[in-house]
Design a protein around this ligand. Sequence first.
Ligand SMILES: [Zn+2]
Length: 137
Amino acid sequence: MLCSHIKPGTTPFETLFVLEEHLGLASGLVECKSCEATYLLELIDLAGNDRAYRVTAVEPVHAHAMVHTLSRGTCDIQRAASEVQNLESRSTLLNVTISMHGSIIIGLDRVADTVEIPRDHWRTLPCDGRWLSQTPS
Ligand SMILES: [Zn+2]
């Protein structure tokens, strides 16, 4: 479940850990500033400065454990990837995508059961603005 603080026109997130950057956050762990719910955001589409993310609800205890692990010593990309996999196996991908302009939420797209949220890594997705253009704002 997405907490009630995640709404268009707000900047609810505090970044806990950036896993990957591509002209801004590509994937990372964020926390709701109001209730400390934690989420894994992963880029699925890009258009100009707007980006869309798939959202995984993560238990705060798991999110903080991962941040702790990755903050210690050298963080290689392989290790980060296996940590993410581990986290995803214990978490729930939400039926919603979040569109953001910078740190401001510009849209929430509740996805119908018939629509597949892209599960691939953003580098292998088209990222051509198609998903963003379908998002009602
Ligand atoms: Zn919240």
